[in-house]
Write a protein that binds this ligand. Structure first.
Ligand code: FES
Length: 144
């Protein structure tokens, strides 16, 4: 293989990785559940985080009283983060791609803690206090 062919094949390989990586990443299905609000808490059974005997990294939680879903990220068995999936730029609903939250309106991106990683949004996402017991995750919807 001469130098020109080598560079050409490397270019195709890079192009393939660039195109296919996001496609494979988006193939990881997102689990979405509907839960009840009891008092001022959303209550999520921890068992909802288990699929095929493996712990999921995150869930999307819906309730008819919420305009947008809540992204619940599992940091460890006891530590969870709950983020409202409303973009802080102009209010569009965000999409979850693994640990990255993306706004389709103007391209803002947030990490799994709600921090802006790519503008135009400037403010972090709204987060909710979370506590757990052995069986459940409690997300407080109380406004502070
Ligand atoms: S509304 Fe999300 S980036 Fe503009």
């Amino acid at each position: 293989m001469d130098r020109k062919e080598f560079i050409k094949s490397c270019g195709y390989a890079c192009l393939g990785v660039t195109i296919l990586a996001p496609i494979f990443n988006s193939c990881v299905s997102t689990k979405s559940i509907n839960v009840l609000i009891e008092g001022e808490n959303l209550i999520i059974p921890k068992s909802d985080f288990i699929r095929d005997e493996k712990w999921l990294k995150y869930l999307l939680v819906n309730n008819v009283q919420l305009k947008y879903p809540i992204y619940v990220f599992r940091e460890s068995e006891q530590n969870f983060t709950a983020l409202y999936l409303q973009c802080t730029h102009q209010g569009n609903e965000l999409n979850a791609y693994g640990e990255k939250l993306v706004c389709s309106a103007h391209g803002s991106e947030f990490d799994n803690q709600g921090n802006v990683t790519n503008g135009p949004a400037k403010k972090p996402l709204r987060s909710f206090p979370v506590r757990t017991d052995h069986q459940n995750i409690f997300i407080s919807l109380k406004k502070s």
